[in-house]
Design a protein around this ligand. Structure first.
Ligand SMILES: NC(=O)c1ccc[n+]([C@@H]2O[C@H](COP(=O)([O-])OP(=O)(O)OC[C@H]3O[C@@H](n4cnc5c(N)ncnc54)[C@H](OP(=O)(O)O)[C@@H]3O)[C@@H](O)[C@H]2O)c1
Length: 311
């Protein structure tokens, strides 16, 4: 074995934000595959040999990974829309400043970086946005993700940007709450005018792993094939659970008083780059929603217990 490939074998995959939904699943998969993997956390009590302390709002400029990093997958960030809207400066210090400083450090030390972005870099007026469509965010969260994309795209061949639509994992609070309510005969009020194009967490993990293995740079979209409204997802749940569909009382998000952002008409993304580069595409959205109700562990593609085990 040449010294270069020997050194390569001793390098780590770094999961920045290993407490996140996606980071946790990725850590579990990589560990199970026998890869050398490290995570980062901002929770002091979680720091150990493989979970390094990193707060994107605080210590990024001084931060160096103590071990050589082959690929870094950035999952950390302020992902709550309300939090970004109410605290635009504090959230941007994490989502834009900290994030771009970290990516620069990692690229300068030779790592390939995969950055997870979102359909919310677009305004939602047009379905199936292409990877090279101009960005048009309308929320503070979307604006911060778009700005981060812009900054890190300067690192060209050293970065991949993966835009995701709604990711469903093994424990989707909303669908399990609806299922519980419907099984007790209680009414639910899903949004009729709010849509998602859901993708399974397992699919996201697979895409990240393939891009990491091949160090494929560029922009990639991972999206369900169509939008489904929350109301349609609720009716599907009632059908699957054998509940009375009269329990479903759709309301409009825009009139509910519970949602203050503009409600996008579309969330889908064009996935041609994913098909051409990796030859894969996510399962159809009704399957993904069905699994969220009936067999959520399928959405992570590993044993649910393993998902909750901390590596
Ligand atoms: N999940 C989706 O449906 C979806 C869809 C589109 C795009 N994405 C993108 O995919 C990425 C991962 O999403 P996710 O849903 O897995 O994330 P998540 O579960 O919301 O977790 C975000 C993580 O970021 C960490 N974090 C927040 N502020 C931080 C800081 N200052 N320094 C370090 N870590 C910080 C949080 O730490 P604590 O756990 O300690 O709070 C949390 O673990 C995000 O970039 C998101 O924009 C996700």
């Amino acid at each position: 074995m040449g010294s270069e490939s020997y050194n390569e074998g001793r390098q780590f995959t770094l999961v920045v934000g290993s407490d996140s939904l996606i980071g946790k699943a990725l850590m579990a998969h990589l560990n199970r595959a026998g890869s050398r993997v490290l995570g980062t956390t901002r929770r002091y009590e979680q720091v150990d040999d493989i979970h390094l302390y990193l707060d994107l709002a605080k210590n990024v400029n001084d931060w160096q990974c103590p071990f050589p990093v082959k690929v870094a997958v950035v999952c950390a960030g302020v992902t709550n829309l309300d939090m970004c809207r109410h605290n635009p400066i504090a959230s941007a210090s994490t989502n834009v400043e900290g994030l771009s400083a970290l990516v620069k450090n990692l690229v300068n030390s030779g790592a390939f970086v995969i950055y997870l972005s979102t359909n919310q870099v677009f305004d939602g007026t047009v379905p199936y946005r292409k990877t090279d469509d101009p960005l048009s965010p309308i929320t503070e969260y979307g604006r911060q993700k778009a700005e981060a994309e812009l900054r890190i795209s300067a690192f060209a061949d050293s970065v991949a940007i993966v835009r995701l639509t709604k990711v469903l994992g093994p424990n989707h609070m909303l669908f399990s709450a609806w299922a519980g309510a419907m099984q007790k005969g209680e009414a639910i009020q899903p949004f009729a005018d709010m849509v998602i194009a859901p993708i399974p967490l397992s699919c996201v993990v697979s895409v990240i792993r393939l891009l990491a293995d091949r160090r494929l740079s560029g922009i990639f979209h991972v999206s369900g094939e169509r939008d489904i409204s929350y109301a349609e997802a609720a009716f599907l749940g009632a059908e699957l659970l054998g509940a009375d569909s009269c329990l479903i009382q759709p309301v409009n998000a825009s009139q509910s008083g519970h949602y203050t952002e503009v409600v996008p008409a579309h969330t889908t993304l064009n996935i041609d780059s994913l098909r051409f580069a990796l030859g894969i595409e996510p399962p159809d959205v009704r399957w993904t929603v069905k699994m969220a109700y009936m067999k959520p562990s399928t959405l992570v593609g590993i044993d649910k217990m393993l998902f909750y085990t901390r590596f």
